[in-house]
Design a protein around this ligand. Sequence first.
Ligand code: ATP
Length: 234
Amino acid sequence: MLEATGLMVFYENMLALNNVSISCENNQIVGVFGANSAGKSTLMYTLSGIMEDIKKKEDMAGRERITVLGAIKYLGKDIMGLKPSQRARQGIILCPERRRIFPESTVLENLRIGGYLASPPQKKESLEYVFRIFPALEKIKKRVGGFLSGGEQQMLAIGRALMAQPRLLLLDEPLLGLSPLIQVLLVRSVKEIRDERGVSIIVTEQYARPVLPIVDYAFILENGANTGGAIGQP
Ligand code: ATP
């Protein structure tokens, strides 16, 4: 489904991704594990295309300091030059690190924002699904995002991504800062999403252990490179 090869990202002279190649097959959950600053978010921004926007902003400010090289094939086509919105329309949806929900909007408003590209029937169907997979969200649908607990915010962030009808869901450190109990619940939900919706998932984490039971395959990212090793069979 997705195959990225030879990804290189420079922030000025600093090499954040060094010849990284990863792939994700249909219906797979692929892990990307690495320490702080290993390049996990840089990789997710590059796959989702957000890096193109970050780069453009830098270029417009006259700084031209970000360079992105390599190839990304999605459903057999090269998507390297596509904007993040074009990639989203094709089903590549990023659930970013640290949730990034809209703190002043309610749970329901946050979810509706996620579904803005979908048709009304699709929106209705996805919303029902989000409330089925995260029943806690339905109970607090009128509360504003900023007052939710970390776990609720993460459910909302994943729920918002689901509203966009992903075919490939990119989850950037979804367990960060959450209690072990909530982590178990979220990991179970991520597996359910793959099993029930047939969504392929790439998930990054600093600590592999909580997500290992659900990944089909995992890459290790070390100082921006994934030559180090892998877990499982691709
Ligand atoms: P974390 O677990 O801390 O989120 P990460 O694995 O997601 O780490 P990245 O955020 O991708 O790592 O960062 C990789 C490296 O690139 C780090 O050394 C970081 O300081 C650097 N970096 C990230 N974004 C930028 C930027 N906009 N400008 C300059 N350097 C950056």
